[in-house]
Design a protein around this ligand. Sequence first.
Ligand SMILES: [Zn+2]
Length: 277
Amino acid sequence: MRLGDFELTSLSDGVFRLDGGAMFGVVPKPLWQRRAPADDRNRITLGLRPLLVRTPSQTVLIDAGIGGKLSDKEVDIYGVDRTMHLDRSLAAAGLTARDVDVVIATHLHFDHAGGFTTLVDGVLAPAFPRATYVIRRQEWDDATHPHERNRASYLAENFAPLVDAGVVRFIEEDGEVLPGIRVARTGGHTMHHQLVRVTSGGRTAVFTADLMPTTAHVDAPWIMGYDLYPMDTLAYKKPFLREAIAGEYVIFFEHDPAIAAGIIRERDGRLAVEPVT
Ligand SMILES: [Zn+2]
């Protein structure tokens, strides 16, 4: 889609599956399974949708999917299907990994940062060889000092090689990363999880990452059990929803299996997402 001077394209790194209960926190299964049917292992299907932003001067990628480095066992556990993987999706947009100038990380969990690195002749290397990777310093610190609750989500092979290659630009606070592209810390999912806001021609699009991973998570109390600080998610989400509805923001849903982007509308006190293509 066109947003002022920018071209925004929702990409694909395939689909994967996570436990439905963990995806919806305190919401009971009879409610969530109407929106997201579970398989025989109680998993629901989720998209992996990095966002491509083409500005007049740069090609920017926000997150990079789950990547191709998982073991066969992990591919089975997470039901990963990368038939439409990121390189293929970039090719459909007329690009290769070499064309990406900047990669922005919302956070460093494996389903967002898995595609940041790749194996070249058995050695880990940046998957986007010309790119600068923009990473929040405090998220980096958490990712490199994991604890029992988040250890399974932070795989060093996805981000440690980037510093070794000297391609990371660390940021410490909210603000403009590139003209028209800003990051803002949401907290909640991880302490330093951030969303990315793209503004051009008077319109705003927001890549909410795991603040609202799917359209089913738009309602304020529909918060993932995976979130480390769910009350912070709620505290960020409520005013953000008001702002997004009033501003008719185009929201990009990174994990929605069917809807890549939409505008949140409120009718009779209920929220609904009107898809945008
Ligand atoms: Zn995620």
